[in-house]
Design a protein around this ligand. Sequence first.
Ligand code: PGA
Length: 250
Amino acid sequence: MRQPLVAGNWKMNMNLHQSQKLVSEIINGLGKDNKAEVIVCPPFTSLSEVNSLLKRTQIKLGAQNMYYEENGAFTGEVSADMLKSVGCEYVILGHSERRVIFNELDDLINKKIKAALVKGLKPIFCIGELLEQREKGETMQVVSRQVEKGLEGISAEQMKNIIIAYEPVWAIGTGKTATPQQAQEVHSFIRELVAKKFPTSVAENFIIQYGGSVKPDNSSELLSQKDIDGALVGGACLKADSFLGIIASA
Ligand code: PGA
């Protein structure tokens, strides 16, 4: 049985004061009998304070990015160790905004995944096709390349600590959601890809989140699909009510 995992990716939103307010509202509104594990991923500048507020709750903390080197002259970057030191357990890696806007390529993402795992951070490894790739019928090819390259050199033991987030780029922040059937088709393909590289038990137990315009009114149908084990939420996680609605539907 895979426990649903709902993560909120705050992106470049929420200053310190706004972050404290939002996380307090989430903590206060979270019911006791949710099935889902919940993660919040605020911007770097809020991690430490949000971590303090999360003490004595079940909510976990994640970051939105990191660099793979341990330390040194890498102006503007943060390391896995730094994220651990402010309470992070998870880190989003390979998000399409990093790939598209900041030109991150598969081999860089692979290095980051490995560096995160070495330090005991669990990567939320994002993959997904662009609209033109979907229209040309290349979705499975793209996803397959991203999985292959992103997970190069990863052991079965390490794979147990990796979450994959399938986020069709055309559905991110656009209000267009993949239909539950479109998403399920790719999720089951991803699970098959992982089953070819790793033992069946690993492929059956690892979590695949869906991301791309997830909202309270579409989350329950998406999350009821066989291979959709959770959601990576952008826009709808910036309001406590809608994030809590998605968590309750899982
Ligand atoms: P969205 O973002 O929910 O605003 O589409 C999802 C994501 O980028 O992770």
